[in-house]
Design a binder for this molecule. Sequence first.
Ligand code: NAD
Length: 383
Amino acid sequence: MKLAVPKEIWPGEKRVAVTPDTVKKLIGLGFDVAIEAGAGINAAIPDDRFADAGATIAKTMKTTVKDADVILKVRPPVVDGKTDELAAYRKGAAVIALLDPYDRKDLIEKMAAAGVSSFAMELMPRISRAQSMDVLSSQSNLAGYRAVLDAAHEFGRIYPMMMTAAGTLPPARIVVVGAGVAGLQAIATAKRLGAVVSAFDVRPAVKEQVQSLGGTFIEVEDDAADGETAGGYAKEMSDEYKAKQAAKLKEVLAKTDIVITTALIPGRPAPEIVTADMVAGMKPGSVIIDLAAERGGNVAGAKLGETVVTANGVKIIGPENITSSVATDATAMYAKNLLNFITLSVDKEKGTLAFNAEDQIIVETMLTRDGKVVHPKFGGEEV
Ligand code: NAD
C-alpha cells in the first residue's frame, strides 16, 4: 500500500497532512509513505525529518502520487488551467482532505470523473468515536486562540486592568459571538490575558460552558428560541429572533472594545450578525475579528484577507486561513486526525485497505467512489 503526501500548492497554505510522528505510525500500519520535497518546510518540518521517520522524499508532485493508493492533503486538489493534480492520481486512489464540498460541487464531479474515492474531512460526524478525527474542531480551536492574539496586536490598548502609580488602566471588554469550538477557546484565551469577556450564541446549551470559562452569557429573551439541531450545530433563526438579537447586540457592542465572531451554519453562508449600524455605534480604536470571513462573514464590511478601518475608527479584520499562522501546531493536530481516520480502514494483519460503506464515519465523509458521486447531500444516491 502506497500513501502519498504532495506539497500544498494552495496560495498561503502552510500546513501539511503528515508529521514525522504520524509517518512512523502510517508505516507501522503497512504503508510505504512518499512525501514531496519541501512539503513540510512551512510547518517547520524539513525533508530529513520525514526521511528519518522512514518516508521516501520524491522530487515532484507527479512522482509523489504515482501509483498511490491514498493521498493525504490539507486543501482540495488544484484543477485549473495550469495545474491538474487530479490527473496525476491513479484511478481508484483515495483522496483525504478538506474538500470544501458545499462550495465545490464542480470538484466533486471532477473527482468522480477521475475515478478517485474522496473523503471530505469537514463532514466528519459529531459522534464520540469520531472526535479524534474531527479536523473542524482541532483547527477551530487554534483559530479561536490566534484570533485573540491578533486582536491584541491590532488594539492600541492592553487587555488586563493595571493599577500603577501613573494611573489605572481599565480592562478590555471582549465579546465573542458564536461560542462553539473556536469561540470557547477565544473566551478562555481572552480570560487568561485579563480581559472581561462575554459571549453570545443561538444555542442556549452553551450558556454553562461560557460561564465555566469565566465569561458572561449574553441572553436574548425569546421563549421559542433554541437554535440547536439534533447534530449539535446551529440552525437558521426566525426574523423575530434576529431582530431581538440585533437590538441586544447593538446595546452591548457600544461598550465593547474587541469583537470576535465565529458563527457558522453548515452548508450555508455565515449569518450576518454585526450590522453596519452596530459597527457605527462602536468606539474608535475597537477591533473586530471576523473568523467567519471565509464563509461570507458575520460582520458587515468585513473583507477576506483585509483590514478595513471604518469612518468611526473601528478596525474590521477578515482573516484568511488563520490556522496557517500557527502552522506547526495546526499540522500536528490535523495530521493526527487524518492518521486516526485512515487507521479505521486498514487491516494491519493482511496489509489491505478497505472503506467500510456501512460505517457512519465513512458514509458521512465519502463524496465519490468508483466514478460516481455517492454522498446523498451532494447528488449521490447510494453509498
Ligand atoms: P460552528 O463552527 O458550526 O459555529 C460556531 C458557533 O456559532 C456555534 O456555537 C453556533 O451555535 C454559533 N452560531 C451560529 N449561528 C449563530 C447566530 N446567528 N448567532 C450566534 N451564534 C451563532 O460550531 P462548532 O464550533 O463546530 O460547534 C458546534 C457544536 O458541536 C458545539 O456544541 C460543539 O461543542 C459540538 N461539537 C461536538 C463534537 C463531538 O461530539 N464529536 C465535536 C466538535 C464539536
